[in-house]
Design a protein around this ligand. Structure first.
Ligand SMILES: [Mn+2]
Length: 320
């Protein structure tokens, strides 16, 4: 499946519905709204809807569109940044007449009538940027489209710092920047903290448990209540632990907010080892160096931490 074939499918469709994953991040939303704007600006006669139930927490994106089931049934659906069908933030994508999956996660659960999965791409926004660049100058890319895609690139690579950042990523970013992006302003929009968040970062640092070269923060329900944070908001502070020379792996686990539910969700990170293979043992998944896992018992949390420690020592022996 090539980008050109995707473009042909989109050109042929009258109604295009665009879906993204649950708890949408800036790559999901940037790709979704970038694609929506690009389609609307180049094909004004088409009906283009960006769908999803949940709100994003980062970046200034519009609210999702609404659509009756019947519209979705008649549409070509594009599903962005979602590895598995159960990750999609509106299960009605399955109703669509034709489905196109565009993603950069490992394709363990292929779905859709067409798939364009590039695991080497740092972000779905990178895939779309190259697609749109190849279709220039016949089809135009506006500043607002470029801004959407740039947000996804910047956040999925943590400002071009992660292992998945490649020459292709930077080429995409450079091309998007040439559309007139105000780079420092977009950075502030995406990464500036509130004072409350700044103070919470301090709490995360004070709460860290360090064993060998692994760092872990376990937040219980009361911690979240004290700080007025949801579990997923708190786990977004994972990068606070990501810049310590001595840490090879790091994780944040948060207890579910519901009183009667003692389970935990976790975000796992590493410099070298495959944390997604650990996550998969507990029903989670993700990338080699960044993975997530849900509905863990407290014993699972301890087990995962042990695995992160032991895998690092295996990895160290292999390097020696
Ligand atoms: Mn992504």
């Amino acid at each position: 499946m090539t980008g050109t074939q995707i473009a042909e499918q989109l050109k042929a469709a009258d109604i295009i519905t665009i879906f993204r994953h649950q708890r949408p991040d800036c790559d999901a939303l940037g790709a979704q709204f970038g694609l929506k704007y690009w389609l609307q600006e180049n094909f004004p006669e088409k009906t283009v809807l960006a769908l999803g139930c949940e709100q994003g927490i980062q970046g200034d994106f519009p609210v999702s569109d609404r659509a009756e089931d019947d519209i979705i049934r008649r549409s070509t659906a594009v599903i962005l940044d979602a590895a598995g069908q159960d990750r999609v933030d509106d299960a009605r994508f399955a109703l669509a007449a034709f489905r196109i999956k565009i993603d950069h996660h490992p394709d363990h659960e292929p779905f859709g009538d067409l798939r364009y999965v590039d695991e080497k791409a740092a972000a779905v926004c990178e895939i779309l940027a190259h697609l749109f660049a190849a279709l220039e100058p016949e089809y135009n890319v506006s500043l607002r489209t470029a801004e959407c895609l740039y947000r996804g690139l910047l956040t999925d690579t943590l400002c071009f710092r992660t292992a998945n950042t490649t020459a292709s990523t930077l080429a995409a970013a450079s091309w998007l920047a040439s559309k007139g992006i105000h780079i420092p302003e977009l950075n502030r929009e995406l990464f500036d903290q509130t004072l409350h968040e700044f103070n919470f970062s301090g709490f995360i640092r004070r709460s860290v448990i360090i064993k060998e070269s692994s760092a872990c923060v376990i937040l219980n329900r009361q911690d979240l209540l004290d700080w007025q944070m949801t579990g997923s908001e708190a786990r977004n502070f994972i990068d606070e632990l990501g810049h310590v020379r001595e840490f090879q792996t790091w994780a944040i686990f948060t207890q579910h907010e519901d009183q009667d539910d003692d389970r935990y969700d976790g975000s796992l990170r590493s410099k070298y080892i495959a944390v997604n293979s650990i996550a998969r043992q507990y029903g989670g998944g993700g990338h080699h160096n960044a993975a997530g896992v849900k509905n863990l018992s407290r014993a699972d949390v301890d087990e995962i931490m042990e695995k992160m420690i032991s895998e690092v020592s295996v990895c160290d022996q292999e390097i020696v």
